[in-house]
Write a protein that binds this ligand. Structure first.
Ligand code: NAD
Length: 473
């Protein structure tokens, strides 16, 4: 197992776990079982590149926990992928699913490539071959292990995966549920694309609506008017930034890997996104100033900081200079345990990755359920609800002799579309999870931070599963 520059991400997860385990009463053997990665598949396979060369690809799939099946977790394409990282991300998935009551065990996959350096055809070959390797070892399937997008992958890769899987398992009736994050036309669900960013918004909004937390950090209640900085304008960061902006927050800085920009009056997220797409860089956006280095954005004065790019970006070295009062971890593992210690001392509220970015897996769960039920959400009830609501309004109008305005009529009558149900399920999930974690924290004031409280919630749920299932003789 290799770690990057001596830093072990899995070690950091274990450290946070051990800290939280002290606040639980589980048998040490159960704790050891919860922490361990159950199955690790490290693979190498050859792929012929466009220029005729054969390249040997390094890839992984880790199933952290089988206390519930299938296992669930994204697939990452990045040059930095290593076994340690995939193990860490798989274990975070177990805890994440437990906290948001998604009945899956944790899993994660990774292919050690920089996708920008490959043609689309090469990427397709790599993805399809990786899928075939997973099929051979029974590391993919609607009942065993269900991947999803992560850093460097998206709907396109998920479509290749489901197509490869279905080709190798013809006639399997639930085959569409072998992967989530698919295009809607290939069995995906509406609302998956923005799910992680929206879930982050719902989670941070819930914390910002808690008077006791806002008193602690000395900020007024609510999202409107808050100064927000987002690092990473990918799937997670872009959508999170957009939802904060829509709710009236000011996006005062945005960071990408090539640089970062700021404007104290607020940046328009879509305009910056378009500028980056057309000019190839986030820098030199009209009306904004460039930071000298992209990491400087993390240290700029703000109320809420959302690191949504990669792990290990805030550590013991730069944490003391971070001025945000609230940090919402959009990425997985953006803070090291050393940074956590700094923030506990400073009184900064860190809303932890392991539940805050669970919007993706929550909506993936909805997608998987849709695939198993073979019917679009809302198909059965939409028209019935609309007819019933129209009838109720007409009865009220008849009884009162007054007319409901056309705008209100449309709003009240409207039956749920798939995307409405998905967003509503996500909102409910994030609010419930936030409250469960905060309640655990309040119950035990010795718990130093929200991450530890979240781990305690997760350990108790997974521990209960193991204890109730018993240990197979
Ligand atoms: P993505 O590939 O869509 O976007 C990542 C963005 O970060 C890219 O735009 C990239 O250019 C940028 N970036 C890379 N290095 C950077 C740097 N040093 N500074 C600033 N920006 C940088 O990936 P994503 O799906 O948005 O995932 C981002 C993070 O969120 C990862 O940690 C991932 O594990 C986590 N996550 C993703 C999902 C999901 O549904 N996609 C769900 C949960 C967690």
């Amino acid at each position: 197992m290799s770690a990057t520059n001596g830093y072990s991400f899995f070690g950091a997860v274990e450290k946070s776990f051990d800290k939280a385990a002290n606040f639980t009463k589980w048998d040490p053997g159960i704790l050891e079982q919860i922490k361990a990665c159950n199955s690790i598949y490290s693979m190498r396979f050859p792929v012929r590149m466009d220029d005729g060369r054969i390249e040997v690809i390094e890839a992984y799939r880790v199933q952290h926990s089988h206390h519930k099946t299938p296992c669930k977790g994204g697939i990452r394409f990045a040059a930095e992928v290593n076994q340690d990282e995939v193990m860490a991300l798989a274990s975070l998935m177990t805890y994440k699913c437990a906290i948001v009551n998604v009945p899956f065990g944790g899993g994660k996959g990774g292919i050690k490539i920089n996708p920008k350096k490959y043609s689309v055809y090469e990427l397709e070959k790599i993805t399809r071959r990786y899928t075939a390797e997973l099929v051979k070892k029974n590391f993919i399937g609607p009942g065993t292990d269900v991947p999803a997008p992560d850093y460097g992958t998206g709907e396109r890769e998920m479509a290749w995966i489901v197509d490869t899987y279905m080709g190798l398992r013809p006639g399997e009736i639930d085959a569409l549920g072998c992967v989530t994050g698919k295009p809607v036309t290939q069995g995906g669900v509406r609302g998956r694309r923005e799910a992680t960013g929206l879930g982050i918004f719902y989670g941070v909004r819930e914390v910002c609506n808690m008077p006791e937390i806002m008193d602690r950090v000395g900020l007024p209640i609510g999202i409107a008017g808050k100064k927000v900085i987002v690092q990473g304008l990918g799937n997670v960061g872009y959508h999170a930034a957009k939802f904060f902006q829509q709710a009236g927050a000011k996006i005062i800085a945005l960071a990408e890997y090539e640089g970062a920009i700021r404007n104290d009056d607020g940046l328009d997220v879509d305009a910056v996104f378009e500028h980056r797409k057309t000019s190839g860089s986030i820098l030199n956006f009209a009306g904004a100033q460039n930071f000298a280095k992209n990491l400087d954005a993390l240290e700029y004065d703000c109320d809420i900081l959302i690191p949504a790019a990669l792990e290990n970006v805030i550590n013991g070295e730069n944490a003391p200079r971070v001025k945000a009062k609230i940090i919402g971890e959009g990425a997985n593992g953006p803070l090291t345990p050393e940074a956590d210690e700094v923030f506990v001392k400073k009184g900064t509220i860190v809303i932890p990755d392991m539940y805050l970015n669970a919007g993706g897996v929550t909506v993936s769960y909805f997608e998987w359920l849709k695939n198993l039920s073979h019917v679009r959400y809302g198909r059965m009830e939409k028209r019935f609800t609309e007819n019933m609501n129209a009838h109720i309004i007409s009865q009220i109008e008849e009884l009162t002799g007054k007319q409901v305005s056309e705008r209100e009529h449309q709003f009240i009558v409207h039956g749920p579309e798939e995307v409405d149900l998905v967003h509503s399920g996500l909102e409910e999930t994030m609010i419930t999870a936030t409250r469960e974690i905060i309640d655990e924290w309040k119950r035990n004031p010795q718990i130093p931070d929200m991450r530890t409280a979240a781990y305690v919630v997760a350990i108790n749920k997974v521990g209960t599963s193991y204890a109730e299932l018993g240990i197979f003789p």
